[in-house]
Design a protein around this ligand. Structure first.
Ligand code: INI
Length: 157
């Protein structure tokens, strides 16, 4: 049996982060968790590019632009969508999830989904560095693992 699993080693990796400004206090906390984890995995600060987007709806647009430049090995999208009284939430979530996945599929680069989709602001804070961890940090781990697994697969016979 042959098993391929990406190492959690970020040395030499170049990472793009696209983060939305909407619900900025929460997304800054996701960004903090994300960059802290990347640093812990050995990603050099100079190898991280952060792009701010207005909201989660725009994350795919900037992720695609970043991917097209060909200067990063992985992209991490960070955002916080919180349900309101209308169906707006559903459109923003749908656009963010399908658009982010499309960038990965079409451009062949790992794109991690660090977008919170919550019913309440309390649920969002719980996942942005308080009692249920930090989804920005989780997305950083996923991005590094995917780059290294992809490289290992590329080398496999
Ligand atoms: N954008 C978010 O990132 N989170 C939200 O909770 C949100 N809500 O609730 O409206 C949100 N809306 C803005 C949207 O992402 C776009 O920026 C806007 O529609 C302009 O295109």
């Amino acid at each position: 049996m042959r098993t391929i699993q990406g190492a959690l080693d970020g040395k030499g990796l170049r990472v793009g982060i696209v983060v939305s400004r909407f619900n900025e206090a929460i997304t800054r906390s996701l960004l903090h968790g994300c960059t802290g984890t990347l640093a812990g995995l050995g990603v050099h600060d100079d190898d991280i590019t952060v792009v701010w987007a207005p909201g989660a709806f725009e994350l795919p647009f900037f992720a695609r632009q970043l991917a097209r430049r060909g200067e990063v090995d992985a992209i991490i999208c960070l955002g916080a969508v919180i349900r309101g009284d209308t169906s707006h939430y559903a459109y923003v979530c749908q656009r963010a999830a399908t658009g982010i996945a499309a960038v990965a599929d079409e451009l062949g680069i790992p794109v991690a989904f660090g977008v919170l989709t919550c019913d309440t602001i309390e649920q969002a804070w719980e996942r942005a560095g308080t009692k249920l961890g930090n989804k920005g940090s989780d997305a950083a781990l996923a991005a590094v693992e995917c780059v290294n697994a992809g490289a290992a697969l590329g080398k496999a016979e």
